[in-house]
Design a protein around this ligand. Structure first.
Ligand SMILES: [Zn+2]
Length: 246
């Protein structure tokens, strides 16, 4: 099945969406905005995706209003990432690749006032550009996630010192906790909004007290983070690899 991550701009707001072919009996193009602010356009099988792009642009104001309403409720659009649009801490960055024969480098402009940030990359090939983006994610994760953990630890009365923390590219999971009490977080976590990342970190911290997922684990997690279920629900609305552990 064809599926393309795309985005459009409306009044300075960048709205990501997915365009995909619908069921075989579909005859019309429709757009829907989930309660998490995720936008999806369905078009008849065999049609050009261009029809979906034109359709959503005609309804840009309606879609933007619904996405903004979801954001106001505290839900943000899950990131359908594309080569042209990346997310860091849930904020969008548009990617500009300048083909450069020799110079490899990336400058970053942070998002501001509803405008996405920009990753301006000079690299001879797309593969070099991906390496630069990957390194940027790793660096941002190493900077931001340990301080998130320290902030969250202040609400965990039985925890006196920060557990050993390491990072990896984890394909299937966003975090893990070893039986010796060290925590591994996925670099990919840095792409999520802070409240979803916090949920994953606190889930792993709770394992320092309860290694399994039994009732005592969930009782403790609820004490530490009363709204964890809403956060998990938001996290589960993100496309893979952003899935919470069960
Ligand atoms: Zn777990």
């Amino acid at each position: 099945m064809q599926q393309e991550p795309c985005s459009f701009c409306h009044n300075g707001l960048t709205i990501p969406y997915i365009a995909r072919e619908g069921a075989p009996n579909r005859t019309r193009v429709t757009v829907r905005v989930s309660r998490h602010g995720q936008v999806e356009v369905l078009y008849p099988r065999g049609d050009s995706p261009e029809r979906a792009h034109a359709f959503i642009r005609e309804r840009a104001a309606w879609v933007a209003a619904h996405v903004l309403a979801a954001q106001k409720r505290g839900a943000s659009a899950p990131p359908p990432e594309s080569p042209k649009l990346r997310y860091c801490l849930g904020r969008p960055y548009a990617v500009d690749i300048l083909n450069a024969a020799h110079f490899h480098g990336m400058s970053v402009r942070e998002p501001e006032g509803g405008e996405p940030g920009r990753l301006i990359i000079s690299a001879p090939t797309g593969e070099h550009a991906e390496q630069l983006i990957r390194r940027w994610y790793e660096q941002r994760a190493r900077e931001a996630l340990p301080s998130s953990m320290e902030r969250l630890m202040q609400g965990v009365p039985w925890l006196t010192k920060r557990p050993p923390l390491s990072f990896r590219h984890l394909r299937a999971r966003l975090g893990s906790c070893s039986s010796k009490g060290s925590i591994t977080l996925a670099y990919e976590l840095i792409r999520l909004p802070q409240d979803c990342a916090d949920f994953v970190i606190l889930h792993e911290l709770t394992h320092l007290r309860h290694m399994n997922h039994g009732p005592a684990f969930y009782a403790e997690l609820t004490r530490l983070l009363p709204d964890w279920k809403q956060r998990k629900e938001r996290l589960d609305a993100f496309p893979a690899p952003f899935r919470a552990e069960k």
